[in-house]
Design a protein. Structure first.
Length: 56
């Protein structure tokens, strides 16, 4: 399947997996880093939602 025909999140996930594998990142290191990224983006989402609610 062409990555141009899949949802953006799927394409990004494939790109991230390839980046981690090509750079031979250890599994535990990758999982730890991804947990940090997830937490960071969840905080960003919360801030955006709070800002939107404040602007109503």
């Amino acid at each position: 399947m062409d990555l141009h025909q899949v949802p953006a999140d799927v394409a990004l996930a494939v790109d991230l997996i390839e980046l981690l594998e090509v750079n031979q990142v250890e599994v535990e290191t990758a999982l730890s880093a991804l947990a940090m990224v997830k937490a960071d983006f969840e905080r960003k989402r919360e801030n955006l939602l709070r800002d939107e609610a404040d602007n109503r």
